[in-house]
Design a protein around this ligand. Structure first.
Ligand code: GLA
Length: 694
């Protein structure tokens, strides 16, 4: 008997089938099929031929490929009995439950007493397909690997993109050609990591940012993932995502993967990017007050580091407020005897030497300026040089002889007493003061990966959010070391990178936009002389790069010249005037003909307006700028286009391109097919173009 199921949204269809009660397989995933498609015919059409040197039938590439069914690739499940004997289940169909946009399939193994469940849901608005798998056993077993429901990868794709990175260099795209065998990513660091953003993009041949077909995946888990992208000997391709292997350390009777988010799009990588941006912002993040405009941040880290002095901080707050800041975030250094990064993590009590009257004098001052107040914590961490470590050395995770990370160890978050302690300390700070924001840091990798650690962190955040539902949380881990949908379902902002170098940031945030919307992506104007790169950049570039995302400042405002303060105030005022639509806009990465240019277009949800940020990292090879094609405009509509910072044109730009003179009116067709001709500019500058549909 053949059973088939389908899930649709307006732009894609997923069809699953099961034959002879076998584990289901994806028969089709891609552009929307007609409602009249005969799924049984599709099942038969999908079967591959056999020839010499093959088995007499092709084993299905199922949603959980089984070693017992002659599957020639990586299985979706690896487990052992308590005594260590490998278990080799062979699942049979149990039941299916269908609801609009949702499908749950269950399969049972009678010999091993296991039940496998796959759940699929497709969001009609964001076009994100969410898939997760669960395994239940009647007695405890050891899990080595459980893949979220396995999806096929397209055959007409030559390369796949996944992500690497480092401190101050997040979201570096790796491109690997498909070939026989596996592309294997496994993150053993115990946190999402700069090095291993859990995402994969599979463009079809010829696809760019703005055109072509594309598939994309993201695994929503903060404890380290494993990805297998495999091409089988018969040419079929499978994509598996799950927790890093062997990280569920204790035997158990129930296991679940994190959600795997996936999507297909017909209009370039941007189609997938926009689906993820919208899904993260509108479905995953839970906002204490969704209507509250994103406030302009001021963060004092790069201004004062550990050197907290009340009059100085007040002065900085005054200046930040005058520039337009709306939230002041007190970073590391306010607690214990934290004079540098060697000590006091976990001693979450206000340092009386720096704050003899507690935090209130600073908080009151900040509030008197009309700013809200946020504070830094690094809850999962402990310095051996701390009172808490001296009292509870057994609270630290891992062996005594482990390698330190920033002179610190992680706390064992699986211990309820550790979570209780942290909850009490944090609740005292949050409950005793008017604080509406926490910057939650996680500055080292774990001594060894352990899923229980991640679940412990999640439990602590969830408990705090329940107790303080108005407090927003920023996920930071030495910059962008903990960015994923798991943490984002509990937080509202990510500190994308410790790099405030606007040139580096331009690239990092551009790639991050393949998944992250502007509203949750923090971006700060750093010091003139960047502390992490040594580069000196003009305030115009620094300000506009920060204005592309959730804007903030992080330099010491006392260093600003009059001109710098004027530019920064102006750009901040512009950002505030536009944030309502920009923070809900889609970020479209543009295909720039000039490789020195990184350009993106923020398109309002109703398509009525856009702003394009055209950053130039270095001098172009050719002498004049190449036209820049815009994206997703209405071809037949006319647009009024204005270069809003045309006054920044250098006198070496001595011609008269139209945009330099003032606004122009052009059709969407022209803007998308020919593109904008911008004035000549220096490297390390940015043009900002506003467009309105007439
Ligand atoms: C990490 C963060 C920084 C800052 C410091 C404080 O490096 O990424 O932004 O908060 O910790 O120690």
């Amino acid at each position: 008997m053949i059973r088939c199921w389908r899930l649709d949204c307006a732009r894609q269809t997923l069809v699953l089938g099961s034959h002879r009660d076998h584990m289901a397989e994806v028969l089709y995933w891609g552009a929307r099929l007609p409602d009249t498609e005969d799924l049984e015919a599709l099942f038969h059409a999908h079967a591959l031929d056999v020839t010499g040197g093959m088995l007499d039938e092709n084993p299905e590439l199922s949603i959980c490929p089984e070693a017992t069914r002659s599957f020639p690739g990586q299985p979706g499940l690896i487990l052992r009995a308590l005594d260590g004997t490998p278990m080799l289940p062979k699942f049979c169909f149990l039941d299916a439950e269908e609801a609009p946009g949702q499908l749950t399939l269950r399969f049972r193994d009678l010999n091993e007493h296991l039940t496998y469940t796959a759940h699929f849901a497709i969001d009609p608005d964001t076009h994100i397909l969410t898939a997760r798998a669960g395994l239940a056993a009647t007695s405890p077993v050891h899990l080595h690997w459980l893949a979220a429901p396995v999806l096929p990868a397209p055959q007409l794709s030559d390369d796949m993109h996944d992500f690497a990175g480092r401190w101050c260099g997040e979201f570096q795209m790796n491109t690997t050609p498909w070939s026989a065998g596996i592309r294997y990513r496994e993150n053993r660091t115990g946190r999402t990591g700069h090095e291993h953003f859990p995402g994969l993009i599979v463009p079809l041949r010829g696809t760019t940012n703005t055109q072509g077909q594309c598939y994309a995946f993201h695994y929503g888990w903060s404890g380290g993932h494993r990805m297998v992208a495999e091409e089988l000997p018969d040419g079929r391709r499978q994509v598996q995502f799950g927790h890093a292997a062997r990280t569920q350390l204790a035997p158990d009777t129930h296991f679940e993967t994190a959600p795997l988010y996936a999507t297909f799009a017909n209009h370039g990588m941007n189609g997938c990017a926009v689906a993820f941006q919208r899904h993260l912002r509108d479905r995953i993040v839970t906002w204490p007050d969704a209507k509250r405009p994103r406030p302009v941040h001021y963060n004092c880290w790069e201004a004062v580091y550990f050197d907290h002095d009340l009059p100085v901080l007040k002065d900085i707050a005054d200046r930040a407020a005058a520039l337009g800041a709306e939230r002041f975030v007190l970073d590391d250094g306010w607690f214990g005897n934290r004079d540098d990064d060697t000590r006091a993590l976990s001693d979450w009590e206000v340092d009386p030497r720096k704050y003899p009257d507690g935090l209130d004098p600073l908080i009151d001052h900040v509030h008197s300026l009309g700013l809200s107040f946020g504070i830094w914590f690094e809850p999962e961490m402990i310095n051996p040089d701390s009172n808490i470590f001296r009292a509870h050395p057994n609270w630290a995770l891992g062996g005594e002889d482990q390698i330190m990370g920033r002179q610190q160890m992680a706390l064992n978050m699986a211990l309820p007493e550790v979570r209780d302690y942290l909850f009490d300390r944090m609740a005292e700070v949050l409950g005793g003061h008017k604080i509406d924001y926490v910057k939650w840091d996680h500055n080292r990798v774990l001594p060894a990966p352990d899923a229980a650690q991640t679940l412990g962190s999640y439990a602590l955040i969830d408990r705090l959010r329940q107790a303080f539902p108005r407090v927003e949380i920023e996920s930071c881990a030495s910059g962008g070391g903990r960015i994923d949908a798991g943490i984002l379902s509990r937080t509202q902002r990510v500190w994308l990178s410790d790099s405030n170098d606007a040139i580096e940031r331009l690239a990092i945030q551009h790639n991050a936009a393949l998944f992250l919307p502007a509203a949750i992506t923090g971006s700060h104007v750093g010091p003139r002389l960047c502390h992490t790169s040594g580069r000196t950049l003009d305030i115009r570039l620094r300000a506009w790069v920060a204005a592309q995302r959730h804007m903030g400042f992080e330099m010491d405002p006392r260093e600003l010249t009059e001109d710098e303060a004027e530019v920064l105030t102006r750009v901040t005022t512009w950002w505030k005037a536009n944030r309502d639509w920009m923070m809900a806009a889609d970020i479209l990465r543009l295909d720039a003909a000039d490789s020195s240019v990184t350009a993106e277009q923020h398109r309002a949800r109703d398509g009525g307006r856009f702003v394009a940020f055209v950053g130039k990292a270095r001098t172009s090879d050719q002498i004049a700028p190449r036209p820049l094609r815009l994206a997703r405009l209405d071809a037949d509509a006319m647009y009024r286009v204005a270069l809003i910072n045309r006054d920044d044109a250098h006198h070496l730009s001595r011609g008269n391109p139209a945009l330099k003179q003032g606004p122009i009116e052009l059709s969407g067709a022209y803007l998308m097919n020919h593109g904008l001709t911008l004035p000549w500019s220096f490297p390390e500058t940015m043009w900002v173009v506003e467009g309105t549909r007439i």
